[in-house]
Design a protein around this ligand. Structure first.
Ligand code: ATP
Ligand code: MG
Length: 738
């Protein structure tokens, strides 16, 4: 016996309840930011269960990020209780991973396959390219890996790649590389992100019984942020939906921001023709933001030509105008924003309701440093933590213990910390592995039984494989957090950092401690490792009481009272690269990002730009983003540093600034900028690149060998005398100036 009006229906507007109570057939909710799409999706899930239309385990709900999945889970949990555990709820990746583990054998994998991150992926591609003698200078491995990923996004297996498609990338060897890459992944019992869906598509296509089984289990499918689905995701959804046609998608074409990663906004625009009989609901009331914020966002996005166009209104007050601030440089910007946040906190604002959203990951650093300096609690949302070298090492240990066939993990840690296993020993292990067709660890175990290695190396390797075996035996009996601590201590890894005199060693030890404590929250080592491979893309929880620092991409779907949007400068935002690569289409995607950014805020938006910025140690001059100029004057308040005008850039502003910056000794960037302006050169961000050229005597840093001095230069090869590693020849691409 249900309540006449279920609690989740109360308070919804007519269109929203229409969507929530339309439980059969294809349904599209297409509407602007903050109109309650996600809320509709959540409420509809509750309604499906409460009305008896579907059992929790009959429902599959896809969210865009792990964070969104967690949020939805807790919202639905509040409505339907513990039954929420039984819903197929998660991101495309996590749901596909869960399915693939059940059917791994159908594509030649074991169910405990490893999910590689993008770094592993690139390393693998690099190895394959070397074997094929493809010049990594001409065709960077990251780019080649990117081509493969985009094919996977489009649901294309190697056999489907046409010659024309493959083009001349990697000397026209792309299709072969893709094949080799897939074969190599299978021998490693590994998949990359794209494979999770691609393998499931293959399975559905070749094993109708498996698909039929899912059709029996899953009767209702719901998808949030549908505008950002790629072809593979679309095909997966279509196959799973089958004849029942109970697919409900919500999204906003104006928030399509993953085109560069293969998302097809066309999916949402085609919904009605793809799913005949589809019902479309449009929501027009924005419940998130105040009037000025909504007006500013709507005006900016209205400039885009390729959009459906929609009207949004709010019943909220106009609220505060959007603030636009100009600063002299990035440090000034970070300093001002930090103290602003600090004073908000002193006035009672909760830090978890404040976010700083940047265009590119590198922009967080300046804020991080400032936040640390003034002791402001903050959290960087993103894979950053897990990208740190010490964390990757620790995880490689754990991966190798849980998945002994994980060769990439083996390679990463076999001689970290140094245990006297040099190039010769490692080569011997590789030869043994190839000859016996075994994973590296298994080959190493065999090798210890032979006389191949020098006695010292043999002893060291023997100890290493024994340790791995011993730790492996502890899985399940020891809590994974305790196991991790034990591994780090007994392997000598912790000691390695304790002995390290470099200033960041302390921080690394703290990170390791943090890792161990983060592991407490999981129910098994496997569960933790699975999580690690899935937290990508700015996607960890934002805890209470911390300012959130993240990219605009990661902020999609979220909301905060106050949002700071720094770095609105031509070249940074809109990003020069996107515009160079994708022209007008790229610019429109950048503008959608601006729209996403502004619409994250409930009450306050602070947009800012700096006139001068130091990128990679070089001063660059910048002019305000064209998006600043697109903001409607009536909805903003300008607050410039003395003498600065807003982006309606006047020569006076440029030359004035140039003088001041010049006086402060900030390098020539400003003057050059001013000259270009005066000569009428395009309003573009001028990058003074680091000019990766090296000369004799340069002090340089190499990832593997550490610091050293360049003693000779031959083309892109450098001869370096390293402080610790001795004399070596390396390719300049791997070396940077500290
Ligand atoms: P985005 O496009 O950014 O993902 P959205 O359309 O998914 O936004 P929601 O996040 O679902 O919007 O809702 C925005 C805010 O408005 C939330 O705080 C939500 O709780 C609130 N909201 C939605 N519908 C209503 C309503 N009918 N009454 C009051 N508040 C509402
Ligand atoms: Mg949403």
């Amino acid at each position: 016996n249900q309540n006449p009006v279920s609690p989740w229906l109360a308070g919804l507007n007519t269109s929203q309840s229409d969507a929530v109570t339309s439980l059969q057939g294809p349904l599209l909710v297409l509407s602007g930011a903050g109109t309650g799409k996600t809320r509709v999706l959540t409420s509809r899930l509750a309604e499906l269960v409460a009305s008896g239309t579907a059992k929790p385990w009959n429902i599959l709900a896809v969210t865009f990020t792990n964070k969104a999945a967690r949020e939805m889970k807790s919202r639905i949990g509040d409505m339907v209780g513990p039954m929420v555990e039984q819903v197929w709820l998660g991101t495309f990746h996590s749901l596909a991973a869960k399915m693939l583990r059940r059917h791994a054998d159908l594509v030649g994998l074991k169910s405990d396959f490893t999910i590689l991150d993008s770094d592993d992926q690139v390393r693998l591609v690099k190895q394959l390219m070397a074997a094929e003698n493809i010049d990594p200078k001409r065709w960077p491995a990251r780019m080649v890996a990117g081509v493969i990923s985009r094919w996977k996004d489009r649901g294309l297996v190697p056999e489907k790649i046409s010659l024309a498609e493959a083009g001349d990338v990697a000397n026209g060897r792309m299709q072969q590389l893709y094949k080799d890459y897939q074969a190599r992944l299978l021998t490693l019992n590994a998949v990359d992100f794209g494979d999770l869906l691609l393998h499931m598509l293959t399975i559905f296509q070749h094993h109708p019984d498996v698909l039929a089984d899912y059709h029996g289990r899953i009767t209702h499918i719901m998808v949030d942020e549908y505008q950002d689905t790629n072809v593979a995701q679309y095909l997966w959804l279509r196959l799973l939906t089958g004849q029942r046609n109970n697919l409900c998608c919500v999204g906003d074409d104006d928030q399509s921001i993953y085109g560069w990663r293969g998302a097809e906004v066309g999916n949402i625009l085609r919904f009605e023709s793809d799913f005949p009989g589809a019902k479309t609901v449009r929501l027009e009331e924005n419940y998130r933001s105040t009037g000025h914020i909504l007006a500013a966002a709507s005006t900016v996005i209205a400039r885009n030509e390729t959009r459906l166009g929609k009207t949004l209104f709010t019943s909220a007050d106009d609220g505060e105008k959007v603030r636009v601030n100009g600063y002299w440089d990035g440090a000034d910007e970070a300093r001002s924003i930090s103290s602003h946040v600090e004073s908000m906190q002193q006035n009672g604002a909760h830090l978890s309701q404040i976010a700083v959203l940047v265009r590119a990951g590198f922009q967080t650093r300046e804020f991080e440093e400032r936040f640390i300096a003034i002791g402001l609690p903050y959290r960087v949302v993103g894979a950053r933590f897990y990208e740190r070298a010490e964390i990757r090492d620790a995880i490689a240990y754990l991966r190798l213990i849980a998945q002994p066939a994980d060769d990439l993990a083996f390679e990463r840690i076999i001689n970290v910390p140094k245990r006297g296993l040099g190039t010769a020993s490692i080569q011997a292990i590789h030869i043994q592995a190839r000859a016996s067709q075994k994973p590296l660890l298994a080959a190493a175990i065999d090798l210890v039984e032979t006389e191949e290695l020098r006695p010292a190396a043999r002893t060291a390797l023997g100890r290493f494989v024994q340790d791995i075996g011993r730790w492996r035996n502890q899985i399940g009996s020891l809590h994974q957090g305790d196991l991790a601590r034990m591994v780090l201590d007994e392997s000598g890894y912790t000691t390695m950092w304790q002995m390290d005199k470099s200033p960041d060693a302390e921080g690394r030890l703290e990170n390791l401690t943090e890792l161990v404590s983060a592991m407490q929250d999981f129910d098994s080592l496997q569960g933790f490792l699975e999580h690690i491979s899935l937290v990508m893309d700015g996607d960890t929880v934002s805890e209470q009481g911390e300012v959130t620092l993240m990219t605009l991409h990661a902020a999609k779907g979220l909301e905060f009272d106050t949002v700071f949007l720094p770095g609105w400068e031509e070249g940074i935002f809109p990003s020069q690269r996107t515009m160079d690569e994708n022209g007008a289409i790229g610019l429109e995607e950048e503008r959608r990002l601006a729209y996403v950014g502004i619409t994250r805020a409930r009450k306050n938006v602070h947009i800012s730009f700096a006139s001068s910025r130091r990128v990679h140690g070089q001063w660059q001059s910048a002019i305000p983003s064209r998006f600043v100029q697109e903001l409607p004057a009536e909805n903003i308040i300008e607050d410039m540093a003395q003498g600065m005008g807003i982006g309606r850039v006047s020569p006076a502003y440029i030359s004035g600034a140039s003088d001041i910056v010049g006086q402060q000794g900030y390098g020539p960037g400003w003057r050059r900028m001013a000259n270009r302006q005066q000569q009428g050169t395009e309003n573009r961000f001028v990058a003074e690149t680091n000019g990766a050229a090296f000369i004799r005597g340069d002090r340089v840093f190499h990832q593997k060998f550490g610091m050293g001095n360049v003693v000779n230069v031959e083309g892109d090869k450098l001869e370096i005398s390293f402080d610790k590693a001795g004399h070596k020849k390396v390719v300049s691409g791997f070396v940077s100036k500290p």
